[in-house]
Design a binder for this molecule. Structure first.
Ligand SMILES: [Zn+2]
Ligand SMILES: [Zn+2]
Length: 163
């Protein structure tokens, strides 16, 4: 990390951050995130856990508009690949195969967490938290929030706290 990396969206310098134990590079301006590929799953798991506490597990995933591909990797300058997260067309992330980093736009992270939470591969702890959240929902139907703009906004608030 040379401190010279700049956000590919808004040009602000990226700075090293710790998101609940996961090292990331974050943009103060737009809350975009650059993460090394091996850290992507731990990062999305943290988000999935966070969402499990406030969002109904089977909430419909509201698609986010992709701001378009990132042409050049902010870390190494190589061309980035605009690719669907977990093979989906709902969330497009930008991947650098030269230095193994991924650019995530802030609106995308919540959807990634929800997609991971729904997937079979979710980690045991995430599954447990989700089960608890689901129980709370069946006990208290008013807690059956949907993952909409409101919950996305609260996730962004949380991100703003860390990034
Ligand atoms: Zn930015
Ligand atoms: Zn790169």
């Amino acid at each position: 990390m040379d401190g010279q990396m700049r956000c590919p969206r808004c040009g602000e310098p990226l700075s090293e951050k710790d998101f609940k134990g996961v090292a990331i590079l974050g943009c103060h301006g737009c809350k975009g995130i650059l993460v090394e590929q091996p850290r992507l799953l731990p990062l999305v798991e943290k988000v999935a856990e966070e969402l499990a506490e406030r969002v109904y597990y089977e909430a419909e995933i509201e698609p986010v508009e992709d701001p378009g591909p990132v042409e050049r990797c902010p870390a190494c300058g190589a061309a980035m690949e605009n690719t669907g997260y977990m093979g989906s067309k709902e969330v497009l992330i930008d991947r650098c195969d030269a230095c193994w980093r991924i650019w995530i736009d802030p609106q995308e992270l919540g959807n990634m967490g929800l997609m991971l939470a729904r997937s079979e591969q979710r980690a045991g702890m995430v599954a447990r938290r989700l089960a608890e959240a689901r129980e709370r929902v069946s006990v208290e139907p008013r807690m059956a929030l949907t993952y909409n703009r409101l919950s996305r906004a609260s996730l962004l608030e949380m991100l703003a706290y860390y990034i």
